[in-house]
Design a protein around this ligand. Structure first.
Ligand code: UDX
Length: 452
């Protein structure tokens, strides 16, 4: 199929490259010439595992990139809107989605062939069937039916986006008419081995928000159990939740072997969630719900619990080292999770800001996210950055683990003892074994466990 994709950010570019790899003819559009040039020369402007290798395979053949949206829409049957929806003042900003819908509407006005428009950007329920449909109809002077419209959310984890796109667990297509669905689903049918769910656009939008809200809820739920366990003392929430995982409704028994589905990884005490999706999606859903007149009490608590994780970590630190003022604190891990250099809404960044406020000297390390962290923290002093972990450990009065990178979990206990001033570890990711750390003379606290 001939497909155009508007927006070459993390979702748009992954979608474009993967659909081209599957054999479709794809034209990606971006308004920034330097991004277009970079993609056309085989350089991915974002860091995503396997993306550049695939890009090099398809660029100039199955995939082209241009700034010319008219050329792209006129020469394809389907246009996928994959522009950003930045978060501002408690809700998502639809400015870019609206602008692209307007531009496509102008082109559809003159285009003779049937064309399907797809919204892939994460948008709150009712956006596709009210805002986007309205713009397309008014600007093109045509009615739905003369052109098609679908909502097709993405479920791509950063760091695993290519793998997630190529091996989807579900393909959700929200549509108001059969013709849109029939044409659009040809992108996936026979190319991907996953169930295709046909629904209406607002349900498709809601499935995306609900999926992320559920995962964020599991993390905050685990952290609430962690807080209660810490307050009680001598209960390790990690052990508690591992006991819960064994429920046969959570770990399926296959031929005598317990299979642990990925979802239970979110049922674990941690420093909390971050990234460009969970915080933004949950807050947007809260805002949307409140505007409808319903107060989403649970979702509000999910954010509240997550926000309180930074103070909980600081309290654990104070318990071990007393006053923070004048202390050197090593922060290991800056990205919001391992496998990415993204520091947006990273809990490590929040923690560093608070520790600097308390008068600490920060020595922080990340294997790939240092440059992004520097930009995020540029107005703060008293921070030293390292891309080799040893540097961040030298003379530290305490070390806080904030990202579950393998390189961090492989650090030898001897190194902590030799390099630091005091071998205190506050493990915000529970990547070290509590008993082993204590046996090796580490003053260890894992979030979710406190001795009383
Ligand atoms: C998420 C969804 O998983 C994906 O399906 C969606 O389409 C986009 O949003 P992403 O933000 O890349 O993807 O990250 P994810 O791996 O789900 O992690 C989100 C946050 O939860 C991170 O802060 C991460 O550290 C935290 N997390 C994740 C945990 O605390 N524990 C886990 O086991 C997994």
């Amino acid at each position: 199929m001939n497909i155009s994709i508007i927006g070459t950010g993390y979702v748009g570019l992954v979608t474009g490259v993967c659909l081209a790899k599957k054999g479709h003819n794809v034209i990606c559009v971006d308004k920034i010439q330097s991004i277009v040039n970079s993609i056309n020369s085989g350089i991915a402007p974002i860091f995503e595992k396997h993306l550049e290798d695939l890009l090099l395979e398809v660029i100039g053949d199955k995939l082209k990139t241009t700034t010319d949206i008219r050329y792209a829409v006129e020469n394809t049957e389907v246009s996928i809107i994959a522009v950003g929806t930045p978060f501002s003042e408690g809700k998502i900003d639809l400015e870019y989605v609206k602008k692209v819908a307007y531009d496509i509407g102008m082109i559809l006005k003159e285009k003779k062939d049937y064309h399907v428009v797809c919204v892939k950007s994460t948008v709150i329920p009712t956006t596709t069937d009210t805002v986007v449909l309205n713009i397309l109809e008014v600007v093109s002077g045509k009615k739905l039916g003369e052109f098609g419209l679908v909502m097709n959310p993405e479920f791509l984890r950063e760091g695993n986006a290519v793998e997630d796109f190529m091996n989807p667990d579900r393909i959700i297509i929200g549509t108001m008419d059969d013709k849109s669905f029939d044409v659009f689903s040809r992108i996936y049918k026979e190319y991907f081995d996953a169930p295709i769910v046909k629904t209406n656009p607002r349900t498709a939008e809601m499935i995306k928000y609900t999926s992320n809200a559920l995962l964020a809820t599991l993390i905050s739920f685990s952290n609430e159990i962690a807080a209660i366990s810490e307050e009680t003392g001598d209960i390790d929430a990690l052990e508690v939740l591992e006991g819960v995982h064994m429920d046969k409704r959570l770990s399926v028994n296959l031929g005598g072997k317990q299979m642990k589905p990925d979802i239970i990884k979110y049922l674990k005490p941690s420093r909390g969630f971050g990234g460009s999706c969970f915080p933004k999606d949950v807050k947007s859903l809260i805002n949307f719900s409140e505007r409808l007149g319903y107060t989403p009490r649970m979702l509000k608590s999910v954010i509240e619990v997550n926000n309180s994780q930074t103070e909980r970590l600081i309290n654990l630190l104070k318990e071990k080292i007393g006053e923070i003022n004048g202390k050197t604190i090593s922060i290991l891990g800056l990205s919001f999770k391992s496998g990415t250099d993204d520091v947006r809404e990273s809990m490590a960044i929040n923690l560093i800001k608070r520790l600097v406020e308390e008068g600490a000297l920060i020595k922080c390390y990340d294997p790939i996210a240092v440059e992004n962290a520097k930009r995020e923290l540029k107005n703060l002093s008293n921070i030293q950055y390292f891309d080799i972990y040893k540097g961040a450990l030298v003379n530290a009065d305490a070390t806080v683990i904030m990202t579950d990178w393998d390189v961090i979990s492989n650090i030898d206990y001897d190194e902590f003892r030799k390099l630091t001033n005091d071998p205190v570890i506050i493990d915000g990711c529970r990547i070290f074994d509590k008993k082993e750390a204590q046996y090796n003379d580490i003053k260890y606290i894992g979030i979710g466990y406190r001795k009383k």
